[in-house]
Design a protein around this ligand. Sequence first.
Ligand SMILES: Cc1cc2nc3c(=O)[nH]c(=O)nc-3n(C[C@H](O)[C@H](O)[C@H](O)COP(=O)(O)O)c2cc1C
Length: 260
Amino acid sequence: MRIEGIILIGIYFSGTGNTRHCVTEFVKQFSGKNVVASIEEADVLSRLAQQEIVVFGYPVYFSNTPRIVKDFITGNEENFRGKKVFIIATLGLFSGDGAGCAARLFKKAGAEIVGGLHLMMPDSTCDVKMMKKTHEENLSRIAETDKKIALAAQSLKNGKPPHEGLSFINHAGGLLGQRLWFRGKTASYKSKPDVNTVKCTGCGKCEGLCPMKNLSMENGKAAGHDRCTLCYRCVASCPAKALTILGKEVHEQWRMAVDN
Ligand SMILES: Cc1cc2nc3c(=O)[nH]c(=O)nc-3n(C[C@H](O)[C@H](O)[C@H](O)COP(=O)(O)O)c2cc1C
């Protein structure tokens, strides 16, 4: 694979900032530049058009791609035809084939998969206590992941990128380990988040943040509709801790700072 002089862009979806951090860091390590775009940006497809390699990142949800990511790839297949795609999947604990899930969609679109990387980051499900780590543990996990990113970016430069999550064995691991049991969770958008109307102050912050425009203010309170992609951005940002998705109470509002 020719790498010298290659032009590369990082594209990501990130609910709470982990994936944005990882893709930005990878691209910086690879090219020394900060050429990244979120799939939520209006000009993302035109920016993608000029690039040879796309570093595409997303968080793993139930060992699968978030619905918003699936729809972005399948809805824009022609934009990926003939592109080289390096996939970054971020996760909190386990994913057999996190990168493989999007790889299969990209291949169907006619893209060439040049590698895959699984990166452990803090868990973003703010209302699931079992998954929570201390702040120090989260920071040390990020530091380890940053080292892994630097090595992987160097390997891609050397023409020997990692292929994590892309093998048949990874596929079987993701399917049997989780996806078969949780397939319904990402098969469609959901009627979420749940709103605690006693806690909600009606500040409207969530409405502006939602990537799906799934929240609105009704009678001075937030109301979730049926287009939730489960990203947790609203849950992590609500000043009143009034929103939940999988659990019933917010334990930790994890958000990766922009300058991390
Ligand atoms: C709905 C949901 C489901 C998740 N499922 C998994 C999972 O199956 N395995 C895993 O390791 N992490 C899982 N996670 C954790 C996220 O993949 C992880 O925290 C990710 O880095 C979040 O990235 P973001 O901040 O870019 O949104 C899940 C998170 C959410 C919100």
